[in-house]
Design a binder for this molecule. Sequence first.
Ligand code: ADP
Length: 678
Amino acid sequence: MTIAGFKDFGAGLLHRKQAWRWLLPVLLVLLVLSILLWLPWQVQQMEVSERQEQLIADTLWVEQAIRFQLSRNEENFRQVGTEIASGTISPDKLRARTLLLLKNSSEIRRVMWLDSSDTIVASSDLRANTQPRLSDASAQASATARKLKSPQYSQPFSNAGAGAAGGPELMLMDCYLPIFQNGQYSGSVVLRYALQDILDAMVPWWFAQDNEIALTSNDDAVVVKRAAGGIGRGVYMHRRALDLPGAALYLRTNSVKNAPTLLPNLLVGSIILLSLGLIWSLWALWRDINRRLAAEGALREQVAFRTAMENSLVTGLRARDLKGRISYVNPAFCQMVGLSADQLVNKLPPMPYWAPEAIEDYEERFAQVLAGTVQRHGFEIMFQRANGERFPVLIYESPLLDDSGRQTGWMGSILDISDRKKVEELNRQQQEKLQSSARLATMGELASTLAHELNQPLAAISSYTAGAINLMQSGVVDAALLKPALEKANAQVQRAGLIIRSVHEFVKRREPTREPVSLQNLIDSVMPLIELQAQQSLVAIQLSIAPGLPEVLADRVMLEQVLLNLTRNAVEAMQQAPSGRRILRIAVALDSVPFEAASATANVVVSVIDQGHGIAPEVAENLFSPFFSTKAEGMGIGLKICRTTLEFHGGTLHYANNPQGGTIFRFALPPYLPQLSE
Ligand code: ADP
């Protein structure tokens, strides 16, 4: 057999076993049921046969009683007959004796003494002298008795035929007792019975009460009957021959009782009730078992699911009872502390995973847990692994409740946070490094910006002082001539101071001192310096400022520096340009396109336009990169500072090629709207 075959065979066996498991109780129940149904039927049958048997016995008893009485009558009167024949009895005595006998046997209607020619010699009846005509049946009995020399009974006959005048019609039967003297027939004693009297006198009342009793002929025709207890039902019947010589008479009894019903008594009813109860309890049991099986299956599934879940957890779980004794630990917790569940379960503090140096902490925490005052949001503490290694954990404790909501202990979830701590430490170090390099970068930025920005005032101071020196060398010592140059130089020194302060503020990213600045004003104040730049390269300056411009909110010095940076670049770009093209144009106007789509207000745009060498594509790529310069002495941070400053003020810096050759640098600033800034 193949493996698959074995499996099929096994599955078949299992299936058959399961089928048997159900079939057997079902068969047993059916058996019990059929027995329970058969039992009442059997009881009924038994009752029927018992009643029948009882009837037969009673009938037999009655028949015996009748026969006994008849035999006794025969005996008594044969005695009398014998005495008559022998002539030893006087007629008076005979009468007295006969009357005594008749008194005891009320069923005998009449006693007659016939001689050998069937003539009545004497009779108990008053009308004895009248010679009655013997019925055929009676005559036949007489002949047979004479022939057989033994008592004979006649067939029943009606008294109507016997010549009885008046009175009710009776069925009669004669018993002939032949008397022989010396072997010679000398007559008969005839006992005349009324058959109805036999039934009435000889059948006891208790039997007549329960049965219809009849005397029937050979062909079952009723001759007489007694139905004191009612008409027979034909259920329990018996017929028995009376066995009288010469008379074919039968005693028939017919019980007035009905056949027993199937539910005659409480017993059968209770059996049926019990059967129904049994079926119901079996069905309830079956349903209960099925429910239990389903619940068990669901429970097993749940347990498997929970076990899988607990085993897959990386969080340690630890349950403790109200005394602090560990009642459960999950695999993750065991792995964490390096101890098996057996080593932990049922342990009371101090726990094997407590680090000796922190025992006090644990005990304090443990007391809080027992008192129920432990914080729910978790706490950090050090645990010790089995190898002595310490590791930080984060513990959350929550109450453990049973079905009825009563607290039975505490459930703690324990997180090994050593990895997290490592990451946090690494992060902190990284942050420190970043901060120090950021500080270095700021220092560098500060230094380079200052160096760059101070160039201009220094250059201006240099040219003013050089001018003053030139004047003095040419012999001019007039203080009135020297004073303006020295004042300008002084102003530039102060300006340098301002530059240093605002650059410092800017680099520190502190909020600069902003104020509403008018572009006209601003350009006016730096124009001398722009002219100074332009003079050296023989560049002409054209200025156009649209009227009615709004002010901008800015740090004045920083904004001046932006403008000076852009004009210096423009002048330097035109150094090699033919003299006719060396024109620096500064235009201030309102932008046609609003700076911010959301605000309907237009920006103030300042364009610095030159006709210099322009910007080559490779230069354009790095234009705003720090320290990028195409100039021999350039620092390459001017444009970078300009853009940062403008962005800091909420503005932008762009450039474009000048259609007439050269470059246009254009910066835009949002207008100062007092109502908005308030
Ligand atoms: P620097 O002027 O010190 O070189 P900038 O950042 O001010 O530094 O300028 C960077 C470079 O941009 C310059 O070296 C120059 O090549 C180019 N540049 C700036 N302005 C102009 C201009 N108006 N026309 C042509 N090139 C310019």
